[in-house]
Write a protein that binds this ligand. Structure first.
Ligand code: ACO
Length: 401
């Protein structure tokens, strides 16, 4: 700790806490998690109950407005969203400008930012009404951007949603409808998608959420804050882990399926390899979402009749890690991303889209956290540092260096 002189003669201390491991950045009433016990609750409701009994739109409402909606509230919310589902045609030109090989997370973050230009009234929001409209607007348009991003990757024509469908089924249709073919509903995939989105919907002050709050604290606007959050989520140590997990499992399979070899690599400190999908900054016990997803992976693959050897490799790694002293000592358990990619793959979603699916699920959480930060009138986020560079030095002219 270093003494500082703060404004108006007050003094304080700067604490150095790399990675903010022990720093609370705000007070929040949205998500509770107890990493030692493996507990996760949204607004007081357990993640197990919500994943079993609620749908994603109800959970979005709960996170953003604090209470589960009644039938009328839910219907109004959904209607307000549907009324905003159009995305400006010009946005298609922006998407067109990206090469097909572009990573979908980069595309999504750019499109989310570009959306500001077409919805300028969503930037300077201060009243409750303006805030509500910015929120329903992004909840309506973001799934369209997600679907377009995937269709671009797959070389499919871009489409709009269908207002007659539920929120998640509409997303499913926008993503999967084949051109010139009748729409085929797949309830197994829709239900699994709903559950995965709920499980990803919020997770208190993680890297991307903290990014959303800190960008929003400068009053940059909701869409700009979300775009920054998407970039933060992209990294393989955060949301990008779901892509990295599947790539790792595929690499192990291609290498003969020797899980022990990769366990050894993960423990070897001279090797930068980490077992992707293992470990968590806060959970030092089983990630409760991983338990639900593991069960869902078994069910979905069974229901879809998919026999994926990757699932066996994942289960093998999990079993070995849970019995391994290195992992036990460091309390490294499978996290939410360990099994989600296996389900997304079975659904026919390209691996590079996995983190985009995470972003889609996290959207209501980011919105809720942004709204809480603005409603509470939190000050601009501005951490300090402990300077460790050179003391004052005399300037050296260019010809003397
Ligand atoms: N494989 C092997 N060793 C690991 C792993 C892993 N996946 N994760 C952590 N460790 C080891 C570290 O080497 C370190 O060992 P040491 O004490 O001997 O030096 C110890 O466990 C603690 O690790 P830290 O990196 O200090 O823990 P931190 O809390 O900073 O990191 C993180 C958490 C980033 C999630 C880390 O566990 C990791 O890199 N996991 C793999 C990536 C991943 O799955 N990310 C998704 C997280 S969930 C999410 O964002 C949705």
């Amino acid at each position: 700790a270093v003494d500082i002189k703060a404004l108006r003669g007050q003094s304080g201390i700067i604490t150095i806490d790399p990675g903010y491991k022990n720093t609370g950045s705000c007070k929040s009433a949205i998500t509770f998690l107890d990493g030692e016990k493996g507990v996760l609750r949204y607004r007081g409701y357990s993640i197990e109950d919500l994943a079993e009994k609620a749908d994603f739109l109800e959970v979005a409402y709960l996170l953003i407005f604090g209470e589960l909606p009644n039938t009328d509230q839910l219907e109004k919310f959904h209607n307000d969203i549907k009324a905003e589902s159009h995305v400006d045609e010009e946005m298609k030109k922006i998407l067109d400008g990206f090469p097909k090989s572009a990573h979908p997370m980069g595309v999504l973050s750019s499109l989310t930012s570009a959306l500001i230009a077409f919805n300028p009234s969503s930037v300077n929001v201060s009243s409750e009404d303006e805030m509500y409209h910015a929120i329903v607007r992004i909840l309506a348009k973001f799934p369209v951007l997600v679907a377009w991003t995937m269709r671009k990757k797959k070389g499919l024509p871009l489409d709009y949603g269908d207002d007659n469908l539920g929120y998640v089924e509409n997303i499913y249709k926008m993503m999967f409808k084949k051109p010139n073919k009748e729409y085929q509903k797949n309830q197994i995939i829709i239900d699994a998608l709903d559950k995965l989105l709920i499980l990803h919907a919020d997770h208190e002050q993680n890297c991307s959420t903290s990014t959303v709050r800190i960008v929003g604290s400068s009053h940059a606007g909701l869409f700009a804050s979300l775009s920054a959050g998407i970039s933060a989520l992209w990294g393989p140590l955060h949301g990008g882990a779901n892509q990295a997990v599947l790539e790792m499992l595929e690499a192990i399979a291609a290498d003969g399926g020797d899980t022990k070899k990769y366990m050894a690599k993960a423990k070897d400190k001279s090797d930068p390899f980490r077992l992707m999908g293992f470990g968590h900054r806060v959970y030092k016990n089983f990630d409760p979402r991983a338990r639900i997803i593991k069960k869902a992976a078994d069910e979905v693959l069974g229901d879809l009749g998919v026999d994926d050897p990757i699932l066996d490799i994942a289960k093998g790694l999990e079993k070995e890690a849970l019995e391994d002293q290195y992992f036990v000592d460091r309390k490294l358990y499978p996290n939410v991303d360990f099994y989600s990619g296996i389900i997304y793959r079975a659904m026919g979603i390209p691996v590079e889209m996995f983190t985009v699916m995470f972003a889609l699920g996290r959207l209501p959480g980011w919105i809720a956290q942004w709204k809480e930060m603005r409603v509470n009138g939190e000050p601009i986020g501005r951490p300090r540092q402990v300077y460790v560079g050179e003391n004052h030095r005399a300037f050296v002219d260019l010809d003397k260096r």
